[in-house]
Design a protein around this ligand. Structure first.
Ligand code: DAH
Length: 348
């Protein structure tokens, strides 16, 4: 029996050396310590051994079994490791310094002009706010002093949603929420300076100069002694910041229910410096930005004490400003996703 045990061990060792795959290792396991394996049947032969040797032989066979198990385990681990190394080293190598040929997008003209305007306002202490595109009827109309049946509702063709909300027809729809949010500033002796760019929607017939989806950039300043003089000062500063040259502004009367008095603000044409060109239709002026002193009703609905505070608001036509800046004759190009246009006007 002892000789057999030795023999089996030697046999196993020589087989193990030749086992170069996981499948071969598994075959070896079955062959030696499987149910009908050599070592297992040796255990069966124990009953033929003389009684006084049984214990020792049993121990030896079990030692052999353990030895086989351990050796197989080690060999299996070795082969698995080897496979991983092989896969990794045969994998296609990536040269991370190679040019990718990948095409990068660019910042849309509307976004980059909005950023320019925002930067100017931020530099003079304004906060940039965001607002939802779906708003309540109250926010879009009532809160900016456009009650039901008011003729001003006809000025804007509204997209109504089934739940009674609307796609905001103007950024003014955010005025109420923003006034409420910052009303506490005033008690602390600070003023309210906020701008809020946004996408607006109107149910319009689309042509070269009308879009159903366009951008505005609205602003409000509310404080103790705010007057039309502040309005003119800030608008002039903003336009000079965007066009990077001296700009004159002038106000003409204009009607909007949420401002009193309301104005149309014209800027001296930045392209011909007021001499007259095709952009300004040879008038030297371009109509750029409706604005005015915020109507007391609007302030009240925003939680502002109208005995002590006043404010101005403006609604810059951001899309129009972009068209002016890039000399675009066709508004629809802005939302078209036209790659040639995006490449020409986009910034990195
Ligand atoms: N909400 C107006 C519109 O879309 C634009 C506007 C006019 C905004 C005057 C203002 C303002 O803040 O003071 O037609």
């Amino acid at each position: 029996m002892q000789a057999k045990i030795k023999e089996l061990k030697t046999l196993f060792e020589s087989h193990l050396q030749k086992a170069k795959t996981l499948a071969e290792v598994e075959n070896l396991r079955v062959e030696f310590i499987g149910k009908k394996g050599h070592v297992t049947s040796l255990l069966g032969e124990l009953r033929l051994v003389a009684n006084e040797q049984k214990r020792e032989m049993g121990k030896k066979i079990n030692e052999l079994k353990q030895f086989v198990e351990d050796a197989l385990f080690v060999q299996k681990q070795f082969l698995e490791q080897e496979t991983i190394v092989k896969v990794i080293s045969s994998a296609k190598k990536i040269d991370i310094t190679m040019p990718t040929g990948q095409v990068f997008g660019s910042i849309h003209a509307v976004t980059s002009v909005a950023k320019e305007v925002e930067d100017v306002f931020v530099s003079i202490g304004f906060i940039v706010e965001d607002g939802p595109e779906v708003v309540t009827e109250y926010e879009n109309f009532e809160a900016v002093n456009v009650p039901k049946d008011h003729p001003a509702r006809d000025m804007q063709d509204t997209f109504w949603l089934e739940n009674g909300q609307v796609l905001k027809t103007h950024t003014s729809a955010s005025q109420n929420r923003i006034l409420k949010k910052y009303a506490d500033n005033l008690a602390k002796g600070e003023d309210i300076r906020v701008i809020f760019p946004g996408r607006c929607f109107r149910n319009e017939n689309v042509d070269a100069s009308h879009e159903n989806t366009f951008f505005q950039l609205e602003g409000m300043m509310v404080g103790k002694d705010i007057s039309v003089a502040n309005l003119i000062y800030f608008m002039k500063g903003m336009l000079e910041g965007v066009f990077k040259k001296d700009i004159n502004v002038r106000l003409r009367p204009g009607f909007f229910p949420f401002v009193e008095p309301g104005f149309e603000l014209d800027a001296s044409c930045p392209f011909c410096e007021g001499k007259g060109c095709s952009v300004c239709k040879h008038s030297g002026w371009i109509e750029l930005c409706p604005c005015g002193m915020i109507h007391p009703e609007v302030l009240k609905m925003g939680g502002i004490d109208t005995n002590n505070y006043r404010g101005f608001a403006f609604g810059l036509g951001l899309t129009r400003l972009v068209m002016l800046k890039y000399g675009l004759k066709e508004i629809r190009i802005l939302n078209s996703g036209n790659l040639k246009f995006l490449k020409q006007t986009g910034t990195k």
